[in-house]
Design a protein around this ligand. Structure first.
Ligand code: SF4
Length: 146
């Protein structure tokens, strides 16, 4: 299994936001800088996280991006499924493979993909940012003190 760059960036972004202090919010630009990616790429990942209810944008003075309570508790397996979509790990239809109708490899790969997600199901976003990961994420940067 290999995650798309989009999914990896979305996971890294929500992890960075999950270690913000109570009075800290980040902008998309700050998340992009912390992750070392283009702002347009970070913006797409964060927009998807917002649609999933994992991240919200607070408006007004002192506004910015924060992880929702739902996002903090969200299962990593669920999040990966949502970000990756229904794509199988192998493309059997483009071009059409003559074994498609009766392929044991395909069913084995489906089982392996399900097991991959199932391994991630018990983990929450909050679990991912426990030490030693959390302090490293904080050190990746954020806004200057307000
Ligand atoms: S051999 Fe099986 S898994 Fe591979 S492309 Fe063909 S149908 Fe899919």
């Amino acid at each position: 299994m290999r995650l798309t760059k989009f999914t990896d960036l979305a996971l890294r972004s929500v992890m960075r936001l999950a270690v913000c202090a109570d009075d800290e919010v980040l902008t998309t630009r700050e998340v992009a800088e912390a992750m070392g990616v283009r702002q347009t790429h970070a913006a797409k990942a964060i927009t998807r996280l917002q649609h999933l209810g994992v991240v919200e944008a607070r408006r007004g003075r002192g506004g910015g991006l924060v992880v929702t309570d739902f996002g903090r508790r969200a299962s990593v397996g669920w999040l990966v499924r949502e970000l990756e979509g229904e794509e199988e790990v192998v493309s059997c239809d483009d071009p059409p493979c003559p074994l498609r109708g009766a392929c044991r490899l395909r069913s084995a790969l489906r089982d392996a993909q399900a097991a991959f997600h199932a391994t991630l199901d018990p983990l929450s976003v909050a679990d991912l940012v426990a030490s030693p990961t959390g302090p490293v994420l904080v050190a990746l940067g954020g806004p200057p003190p307000r």
